[in-house]
Design a protein around this ligand. Structure first.
Ligand SMILES: Nc1nc2c(c(=O)[nH]1)N[C@H]1C(S)=C(S)[C@@H](COP(=O)(O)OP(=O)(O)OC[C@H]3O[C@@H](n4cnc5c(=O)[nH]c(N)nc54)[C@H](O)[C@@H]3O)O[C@H]1N2
Ligand SMILES: Nc1nc2c(c(=O)[nH]1)N[C@H]1C(S)=C(S)[C@@H](COP(=O)(O)OP(=O)(O)OC[C@H]3O[C@@H](n4cnc5c(=O)[nH]c(N)nc54)[C@H](O)[C@@H]3O)O[C@H]1N2
Ligand SMILES: [Mo]
Length: 766
């Protein structure tokens, strides 16, 4: 490594957490000018009568704990409860063309939206509009479309269960199942992969299981940044002597060592606790090879044990009673050779053997995983290989063991549970008919990739977004931006200004909403909403801060306004009644989804309640009534990744960002300060290309299917940073790198874009 690192790049020596985290939290408060209201807000985060932290979906100890410190939760809360405002005066001062030249950071950094706004072409500015006029514009346009399937209804995962339920009711009564959802860009591989394996697309563990496990296997997630409250869980497990086996191409500091801000000794002595007991730097896209390797080794160890007179190392009684497909799996593993496994995974035989050994020595194993597993062309198969590994030793449906997908947005899981899906099943349709007296459409609607295709092709004319920043979150923004600018109607229910709002359609509206931390008062008084965390716990969330403006409305109220303006009194749905008291929304949710029995009573008990997960008691709601071992074909998600001059680019979140929201330009744990225009590379990959730490580079995407070498997806003039990352893999930030990902580069089974494995060439900047 060069003695002098590139500008803004340092070797970060400290642990994750610790004093730096406390300092960063204080700075976030000061930056958003909310030292008093904001600090109060933090104390209400994830408390029994407080709001659910909008930061992530990690569960809380019964939602009754004393304040659990979380730097990035604090950033999410302060970002929302900022004292800064974006009102009509702001829009009067800036044309949309001017705002387009601002960075995403500058756009959101201006503060909370306060008034409903409509775009005025004659001035190129957004101008205020009344709520009733705004609803009328949307209703008129939706009714003019020749077919409801020409409208797309996006959901981002912050919406509460109540908002999401009313939204799907509105959209289904209008007549379509076009529900592109941020989950399609995130854990769809889980939602598609796990039901085939175990009959449910969610975690089979609850938080308490982590107190009883003997080993944790962690694949492709970065909890110090994205699920910081999980660090307490990993820290406690590590201190209990539980091996934590990590598979990640990048050395992530929080998975190496962590200093708990609640531990006075560590804080005063500047010491920390190691997290990973073994850190395997798998190649990006190499997980399926690594997993087949571990399973192959487990099968070998089992045979050796049997031959030596032992009882074997597999849970044969579980396999015989509960599963199907094991013999075929063994056959597939037997014909997979070690040379391919080590080459494709980038791991040595010793590394794979050691992981297998920890696995067979542990009675109860939990597998945790994030985007490093799902955002691949073979994301669904990846997820299913994790389930296979667990099932080999019966680690499914017993205390201290199971699968734990780390969900993204704080209520992305709940939104799906209450009906945001483009493929409604019979139970959902029956439930809707029972609750509202009409039968919604049954044909499959659009997921995110399909919705964008339809918009680009001009087949879809209207886009309504319940939160999010879809245009920036998607692959290939160049194409997406162009498509969205040809829409006839674009409507954004948002807390803050973002680039998607600036993609002007024939008619564009911004409808500002109350956030999670804001007080929500309706006719019957102060309202609570509900959310579901990563481990299927449902609980109430109540904001308490004075809203940023008296003009804001809650998401349920705005959805009801849109619905009334569009549907009139079609089907006699009592929109006003449900908005006046969210208990009535929950009564309807309970009719449609019987798992929410006694919903209103059960969310009033501290900690809420757990939704039934049949697989966690070994009941398999699959087509054959069994848990299924499902085989991944081959070891490669994309043969292009192994061509000699190609490098696999993965995209990650920095420590100062929430998806497309960039809070700041630092990524402390990776040693990056004041910039994001970097690409992390292995020293040998740099040298092989005649590059070194600090070289200016261009990153050029390899052509995707159906494209030729004239493809022009390029990110130019970035700085290469030498980093501890697997050979053959490079990493850059989302969304800066999204221009390199083709819209056709996604998992065919789930539609999840392969943001974690794009074949690129990296060369000196021209
Ligand atoms: N503060 C904060 N919190 C968040 C978010 C945020 O942006 N900021 N986003 C929320 C959302 S929507 C989500 S989905 C989650 C995301 O949470 P994560 O899944 O932790 O998110 P990523 O940053 O995408 O990180 C993925 C990790 O996978 C690793 N990785 C990359 N490619 C591969 C691979 O091929 N194999 C393996 N094994 N590992 C790989 C990366 O090095 C990185 O450590 O976090 C949620 N929480
Ligand atoms: N290259 C690459 N691309 C990715 C990913 C990746 O890892 N790599 N990750 C993907 C993943 S996992 C996801 S989930 C998507 C994220 O995609 P989205 O969910 O679409 O994006 P966000 O950036 O979370 O949305 C931020 C906006 O949401 C609005 N907002 C915030 N809070 C609220 C609220 O309470 N209510 C409402 N109505 N609006 C609110 C604000 O206006 C803010 O500007 O991006 C995906 N894109
Ligand atoms: Mo996500």
């Amino acid at each position: 490594m060069a003695e002098k690192r590139p500008d803004g790049i340092e070797d970060y020596a400290g642990p994750a957490g610790g004093w730096d985290a406390l300092r960063a939290t204080a700075e976030a408060l000061v930056h958003e000018k909310i030292v008093i209201q904001g600090s109060l807000a933090l104390l209400k985060s994830n408390q029994p009568d407080g709001f659910d932290c909008p930061g992530c979906a990690w569960p809380d100890p019964k939602h009754t704990s004393s304040f659990e410190f979380c730097e990035n939760g604090a950033k999410a809360v302060t970002w929302e409860s900022t004292a800064k405002r974006v009102g009509p005066e702001f829009f009067e001062e800036h044309t949309v063309s001017e705002l387009w030249t601002w960075s995403d950071y500058q756009l959101e950094g201006k503060g909370r939206l306060t008034h409903p706004m409509i775009y005025d072409r004659s001035t190129d500015k957004y101008a205020p509009i009344t709520w009733d006029e705004a609803f009328a514009v949307v209703g008129k346009k939706l009714n003019e479309l020749p077919d409801p399937n020409m409208a797309e209804f996006y959901t981002s995962g912050r919406a509460s269960n109540e908002a999401a339920f009313l939204y799907q009711l509105f959209v289904r009564a209008y007549g379509t199942n076009n529900f592109p959802d941020c989950s399609n860009l995130c854990h769809e591989a889980t939602s598609v992969g796990l039901p085939a394996s175990i009959g449910v697309g969610k975690a089979t563990v609850v938080l308490e299981d982590f107190d009883h496990c003997d080993a944790i296997f962690s694949f492709g997630h970065n909890p110090g940044t994205n699920h910081p409250r999980m660090m307490t869980t990993l820290y406690d497990a590590s201190r209990r002597g539980v091996p934590i086996i990590v598979f990640n191409p990048l050395k992530e500091r929080s998975l190496e060592k962590f200093a708990a801000p609640q531990n006075p000794v560590e804080m005063v002595t500047l010491s920390s606790t190691p997290i990973a007991s073994a850190y395997h730097q798998v190649r990006s896209g190499g997980d399926v090879a690594a997993l087949k390797g571990i399973m192959k080794r487990v099968a070998e160890l089992d045979r050796e044990n049997l031959e030596g007179g032992g009882d074997g190392l597999l849970d044969r009684s579980f396999i015989d009673t509960h599963t199907e497909g094991f013999a075929a799996l063994l056959e597939d593993l037997a014909k997979t050779d070690w040379e391919s496994i080590t080459k494709k995974s980038g791991l040595t035989r010793e590394a794979i053997d050691s992981a297998a050994l920890v696995y067979v020595r542990s009675e109860r194993v939990i597998v945790c995983y994030g985007m490093g597993i799902t955002q691949h062309r073979n994301g669904t198969s990846n997820v299913q290989q994790l389930a296979n590994l667990l099932m080999m030793r019966g680690n499914m449906g017993k205390p201290g063991a199971g699968i734990c997908p780390l969900r993204g947005h704080s209520n992305v899981q709940g939104d799906r549970t209450v009906g945001i899906t483009e493929v409604p099943n019979k139970a959902l349709l029956d439930g809707m008919e029972k609750a509202f007296g009409f039968r919604p459409p049954a044909e499959k609607g659009h997921n995110a990739v399909e919705a964008i295709d339809a918009i680009i092709a001009g087949r879809s004319k209207a886009l309504i977004c319940l939160g999010g920043n879809l245009a920036v979150a998607m692959s290939d923004p160049g194409k997406v931006f162009e498509g969205m600018r040809r829409l006839e109607l674009a409507v954004h229910l948002s807390t803050k200004l973002n680039r998607s709002h600036l993609l002007i359609a024939e008619q564009s509206l911004i409808l500002p909403v109350l956030g999670r931390t804001d007080l929500d008062i309706q006719e019957s008084g102060r309202q609570s909403v509900t959310v579901e965390d990563s481990t299927c716990m449902v609980h109430a969330s109540r904001g308490f801060l004075n809203p940023p403006s008296e003009h804001l409305r809650s998401e349920p109220a705005i959805i009801a306004g849109l619905a009334k303006a569009t549907l009139g009194d079609r089907y006699g749905i009592d929109w006003n009644g449900m908005v006046s008291d969210y208990d009535r929304v929950r009564d309807k949710i309970e009719i449609v989804f019987p798992d929410f029995w006694d919903f209103n009573q059960r969310i009033r008990q501290p900690g809420g309640f757990h939704l039934d997960i049949p697989a966690s008691r070994r009941e398999w709601r699959t087509a054959n009534g069994k848990a299924n071992f499902l085989i991944a074909s081959g070891l490669e998600e994309d043969p292009r990744l192994y061509q000699p001059d190609i490098i696999t680019l993965t995209t990650v979140r920095s420590h100062d960002q929430y998806n497309t929201t960039v809070y700041g330009l630092n990524d402390r744990y990776r040693g990056v300060f004041g910039r994001r225009d970097v690409v992390f590379m292995h020293a040998d990959d740099l040298a092989e290309r005649g590059l070194s730490d600090g070289s200016k580079v261009d990153i050029v995407a390899a052509p995707d299917e159906g494209e030729d070498e004239s493809t022009t997806r390029v990110v130019a003039g970035f700085t290469a940073v030498e980093y501890n990352i697997a050979r053959g893999s490079a990493a850059g930030y989302f969304p800066e790198m999204n221009g390199l990902v083709a819209l056709t580069h996604f998992d065919r089974k789930s539609g999840t874009p392969s943001y974690k494995a794009t074949p690129v060439r990296i060369r000196a900047a021209s």
